[in-house]
Write a protein that binds this ligand. Structure first.
Ligand SMILES: Nc1nc2c(ncn2[C@@H]2O[C@H](COP(=O)(O)OP(=O)(O)OP(=O)(O)O)[C@@H](O)[C@H]2O)c(=O)[nH]1
Ligand SMILES: [Mg+2]
Length: 311
């Protein structure tokens, strides 16, 4: 072998490809993505339907590059935003090299799982991985029953148990994913970790803290719009609006004497500072936009544009 054959940029010794992650809401898709790249890019919460958009994250190593595609949880949608989210997830099964179907470590297969199996069976020329997450919540031997249950439903190229929380099994998952990717040069330069603009990550971090702090149906009806982000020497001034669906929700989001809004801001600010690597002055506002989740116009305004999905 001569020296040119060893050149990593030739694509002869490295692999590169796209891997999407799909699954029911709350199974840990975004937590796994963040663990793999070692940074919080996708927000996470214990409430279902946290992720709303397709989020690409990039893992580059001496083996090559995997571009991961995090998607919203597949669920029975009740509004146009839900339709958009499910469509984002379904479309992410095509034009990728592998799909990871993330599931809970449970032997229960409901209609939600069955609907995903139907989608996966339509995927052609794509390796399908069953990834059993949250292994830290069961005894090791219990996984065999889970594997057995899923195997009866579909033929998987690989079945890999992991814990996105502790990282158990994740190295093996990465090694196995690489073995399914074609040889080739990276899609993104090696410093890139995501396709998400800073502004979008800031909005999402604020929405995450609202999800954490608010109860019942309110968090699901929230969108965050960044009005302005101004960098001044070592400070960044951010004005953001939390949009909600009802007047009564507005009162709860503001809280007694502004306490809830303050809490959301106090939780979000340090994480935004870490990401932007500068001091942040964050001002939050609250606005009501009735039924925005069923308005094409408002959805587009808040970054949920159905025509973007095909890009
Ligand atoms: N114990 C345990 N909890 C986990 C694990 N992975 C994720 N979680 C928790 O599960 C919840 C949901 O995690 P997310 O990563 O937001 O789930 P998701 O699949 O992205 O959810 P959607 O975006 O709503 O579709 C959070 O409370 C996580 O902390 C794991 O391996 N073990
Ligand atoms: Mg998610």
């Amino acid at each position: 072998m001569n020296i040119e054959d060893l050149d990593l940029n030739s694509g002869m010794n490295t692999r590169a490809g796209f891997v999407s992650t799909i699954g029911r809401p709350n199974v840990g898709k975004s937590t796994l993505m963040n663990h793999i790249i070692g940074q919080k890019i996708a927000i996470t919460s214990n409430k279902p339907q946290t992720t709303r958009n397709r989020i690409r994250t990039v893992n580059t190593s001496e083996k090559g590059q995997i571009v991961f595609v995090d998607t919203p949880g597949i669920h029975k949608s009740k509004n146009k935003l839900g339709d958009y989210m499910v469509s984002v997830a379904q479309k992410s099964i095509v034009d990728v090299d592998a799909v990871m179907w993330l599931v809970e470590p449970s032997t229960y297969i409901g209609n939600g799982e069955k609907a995903i199996i139907e989608q996966l069976k339509k995927a052609k020329n794509v390796a399908v991985f069953l990834v059993i997450n949250k292994m830290d919540t069961i005894k090791k031997e219990e996984v065999l029953a889970v594997i057995d249950t899923y195997r009866k439903e579909m033929d998987f190229d690989e079945i890999i148990p992991v814990s996105a929380k502790t990282g158990a099994g994740v190295d093996e998952l990465l090694d196995t994913l690489f073995s399914y990717l074609p040889f080739g040069t990276p899609y993104y330069d090696e410093d890139t970790i995501t396709d998400q603009p800073e502004r979008q990550i800031v909005a999402e971090l604020i929405r995450e803290k609202a999800l954490w702090s608010l109860e019942d149906e309110i968090p699901h009806g929230i969108a965050v719009a960044i009005e302005s982000m101004k960098f001044e020497k070592k400070l960044c001034r951010i004005d953001a609006t939390i949009v909600c669906e009802k007047d009564s929700h507005k009162g709860i989001i503001i809280g007694k004497g502004g306490a809830m809004l303050k809490k959301i801001g106090t939780l979000a600010r340090p994480e935004i500072e870490d990401m932007l690597e500068c001091k942040v002055f964050l001002q939050l506002w609250v606005k009501v936009k009735k039924d925005w989740r069923d308005s094409d116009f408002l959805m587009k305004n808040f970054g949920y544009n159905p025509t973007d999905i095909d890009e």
